[in-house]
Write a protein that binds this ligand. Sequence first.
Ligand code: KMT
Ligand code: NI
Length: 184
Amino acid sequence: MRAYFYDDVPGDQRLAHDSGNNVSVQTLADLGVVYRTIPIDADGKWQAEIDAFAKERGYKNASRDQINVTPEGLGESYEAKIRQFFDEHLHEDEEIRYIVGGTGFFDVRAGDGALDQKWIRIAMEKGDLVVLPAGIYHRFTVDEANTITAMRLFQDEPKWTPYSRTETSTEGRPARKEYLEQIA
Ligand code: KMT
Ligand code: NI
């Protein structure tokens, strides 16, 4: 994992868009973004570590699935999906992603006020786990390799509905208000 400020240069979302300004794990933590590495080992201990992590966060069951974000995995809808993932949005529950293979970028807004116009890009690779808190504005893209496999963990029922930031209602959502209070 490496995190840095997005350069905001127009161009393909899959490019690195690396401003050269790094962002620390502590800065991410201040935004409520939790980062862990859980290397995938041959004897499968990583699975127990994921279970323990989920349990620690109050995930009652071991509910999870795996998504293959590749042209093969998603078929004809691939390009449309990639654009959809990149639409700025929030959720009412946290989003946990563990990268089983491949690489990609999660972008999160850098804070409130003026920082709310800046993106932090989190470059993820195999063995990286990230928790995006409820209410944070974010988006996702593959990189130029067009391949990532991610495990998605969820609490009892998945509440994955993305609320697009362009909807006037997102600022008023309870999850948004709670999030802003948490990072204040
Ligand atoms: C998301 O929430 O945008 C996704 O699930 C994208 C695929 S996970 C790498
Ligand atoms: Ni999301």
